[in-house]
Design a protein around this ligand. Structure first.
Ligand code: 9MJ
Length: 670
């Protein structure tokens, strides 16, 4: 019979061993005992803690997955705001950054000491330790307020539940990135496919999805890891005078330090070090999307200070688009709403630039010719940031099947043609081509047009084949009992759709014009038409010369507008839509030209404002919202992670404001 005293002694011994072995395994990647020994000791500790519940401590390895699922998340206010990073997109940007830092500090750049780490693509996480025990884990949120995810961070094996080392701080906040290693990501998705549950698009989403779980069991199964890159609010510990010293202190406390961290002085080694990490990128076990360079000395960091939400002493050098080889399995042809027949490459799925890619648009036949690709080739797929993936080159396959442009439309069988000066192949089926009609319907209900929620392309295609919706006005004559009886639908979803259609009837003139699918008339041109002509009647009656006088309206675009409103059939449809209840407030009434003549640039992320709503709001007041900064820019609204546009604005001396300033300027309006 074990006495309480013996049990306490043994529990302490087991906990110490387990903590050491877990550190060796998860932090050092260098285990000294086989898994079986770890498992046996773990089971023994579990059983001791069951027999003597008083022995259970919060830092016990058995307590990583303790407690019932939460009801919801609570908010955490960060005592020191969690910053984001400015971006550098070129070697020159990076050198300029260090030179700028040195100049501001009044020292020659060859004397500036910097530290660089791979930029992990995960979830920025804050860990709070009191008397050496992990008491709270939190997400970054908007930088000021995050969410309490203590129950989930406790499950991450490389997050120490208790700090180790000789000197345990009274208080310390450790920051770093929680991420899903690539092998784990592949395993999680493999399982998801087998169980027909949600497959994650990339490791970052998988990590974020895991951290957002209320039940810690789920996060525990996802095998996340944590690497530390900063410490704040130290009490009872000396973090040193530099970032690199702090990383070493954190390592001594039990955290994993990125093995690819480097420290240098001056610019001599910059390029070589960057090239080295870029080269290593594809062989690392985790996704990295850049390289973070930080001024090393805290005194210098303090002197450099902050701008908006990012420090002036750090920059993220973003990696260029990633390229991966894969097999071109097939080329299929899709028909769009204007009858364009577009070739689409079907690929063996490849993980590139943070997502799985299995399909890439090739735009037109010229593109296939330019790339000189054939089915069976190995093609290179490139993807950067949020940009759509593209094929950049190929190695000829052994057995190659060339692609020929289809002579007939794959959807309706009508002839295809190609105008002499156009790259696009078109179906001649027009209003008789099912694919074109479905695409036009789908365009009409789209988010930036009439914005009818819950009417996706799949449902539209069904409604079309069932004969319930053949034309745009049919949408407003839908028989919802029939919708409810369709496969996959029901009473509730039909009612929801009915409501969404009703709500969408109130729109703006610009949206309505954009929804009609007039060739080349998208969101932007529709806004110009609405803003300058103010009413549908004026647009309808406008001459070609009047339309061509509008900003950015050339002869071709203008002719499309003139022709559309010159067609009896088109006008009848427009009148029918209005008769069925589509309406918009008068443009004139909402006109406020207080920002006329100004050019605004929106850059970075806005955690508390909707970017497209802000754009529309500013445009409504007469401002032009541009995608690039120039000397003509009036003001730049810099959000989180703002990059080169912010840098350029600073260089040109253009006014930069933050999200909060916008809200203050237009108080009560947005
Ligand atoms: C990442 N994501 O790996 C920082 N980061 O420093 C590293 N992020 C950072 N540092 C200050 N290594 C703000 C963010």
């Amino acid at each position: 019979m074990t006495t309480a005293m013996e049990a306490a002694k043994r529990a302490l011994e087991l906990r110490t061993n387990l903590q050491k072995w877990a550190h060796e395994y998860y932090v050092d990647d260098d285990p000294s005992v086989p898994d079986s020994i770890y498992d046996e000791s773990f089971q023994e500790l579990l059983s001791l803690e069951r027999d003597f519940p008083d022995l259970q401590t919060p830092d016990s390895p058995t307590q990583r997955v303790g407690g019932a699922p939460l009801e919801g998340f609570t908010q955490v206010t960060h005592e020191v705001p969690m910053l984001s990073l400015d971006n550098a997109f070129s070697d020159e940007d990076l050198r300029d950054f260090l030179t700028r830092c040195a100049t501001s500090l009044g020292i020659p750049v060859k004397k500036l000491k910097w530290t660089a780490e791979p930029k992990l693509d995960g979830i920025a996480t804050s860990l709070l330790y009191e008397d050496g025990i992990l008491v709270r884990g939190a997400t970054r949120g908007d930088g000021a307020v995050g969410e309490d995810i203590t129950h989930n961070v406790r499950t991450i094996k490389s997050v120490p539940l208790r700090l180790s080392g000789e000197k345990i701080p009274k208080r310390l906040e450790v920051r770093g990135e929680a991420f899903m290693p690539i092998p784990m990501f592949e395993r999680v998705n493999e399982l998801a496919k087998e169980n027909s549950t949600k497959v994650f698009v990339n490791p970052r989403n998988a990590a974020a999805g895991s951290m957002r779980q209320l039940d810690p069991m789920i996060c525990a199964e996802r095998g996340l890891a944590f690497i530390a890159y900063g410490a704040y609010q130290p009490e009872g510990i000396d973090l040193g005078d530099t970032h690199s010293e702090t990383l070493d202190v954190l390592e001594s406390l039990g955290f994993k330090k990125n093995p690819d961290t480097v420290t240098f002085v001056g610019l001599d080694d910059l390029q070589e070090q960057y090239d080295a990490i870029l080269e290593k990128r594809n062989s690392l076990p985790m996704e990295i999307d850049g390289w973070v360079v930080k001024v090393d000395a805290y005194a210098q960091q303090e002197e450099l200070g902050f701008i908006a939400r990012a420090p002036r002493w750090a920059v993220a050098r973003k990696f260029p688009a990633q390229e991966k080889p894969t097999t071109l399995l097939d080329i299929v042809f899709q028909v769009g709403r204007t009858g364009a027949v577009t070739p689409v490459a079907k690929l063996e799925t490849v993980f590139v630039g943070g997502v799985n890619v299995s399909s890439v648009t090739l735009h037109n036949m010229d593109e296939i010719e330019r790339l000189d690709i054939a089915i069976g080739d190995t093609v290179f797929v490139q993807r950067a940031g949020d940009v759509i993936p593209k094929i950049t080159g190929r190695i000829k396959g052994e057995k190659r099947t060339p692609v020929v442009a289809p002579e007939t439309c794959p959807a309706c069988g009508s002839h295809t043609y190609r105008e002499p000066d156009e790259a696009v192949l078109r179906c001649t089926g027009g209003a008789s081509c099912d694919a074109q009609i479905i695409e036009s319907l789908s365009h009409y209900v789209g988010r930036k047009q009439m914005n009818i929620d819950g009417l996706g392309e799949k449902l539209l295609a069904t409604l079309y084949t069932e004969g319930l919706v053949k034309t745009l006005p049919d949408i407003y004559r839908l028989d919802f009992d029939k919708v409810a009886s369709l496969e996959g639908q029901g009473q509730r979803s039909a009612e929801k759709l009915q409501k969404a259609i009703e709500v969408s009837k109130e729109t703006t003139l610009a949206r309505f014009i954009a929804s009609l699918g007039i060739r080349t008339i998208g969101e932007q041109s529709s806004k110009v038409l609405a803003k300058h002509m103010k009413s549908l009647e004026v647009i309808r009656g406008a001459s070609l010369t009047e339309i061509m006088a509008l900003p950015d309206f050339g002869p071709i675009t203008s002719a499309y507008v003139k022709n559309a409103f010159g067609s009896e059939h088109f006008n009848e449809m427009v009148d029918e839509l209005i008769a069925l209840g589509v309406y918009w407030p008068d443009e004139e009434e909402s006109l406020d030209n207080s920002l006329e003549g100004q050019t605004w640039v929106l850059t970075g992320k806005y955690p508390t404002l909707n970017r497209s709503a802000l754009k529309a709001f500013l445009e409504n007041k007469g401002a032009k919202v541009s995608g690039s900064v120039s000397k003509n820019t009036t003001v730049v609204v810099a959000g989180k992670d703002a990059g080169s546009k912010l840098t350029k604005a600073q260089e040109l001396g253009i006014k930069v404001i933050g999200e909060d300033d916008v809200k203050a300027q237009f108080e009560g309006e947005i």
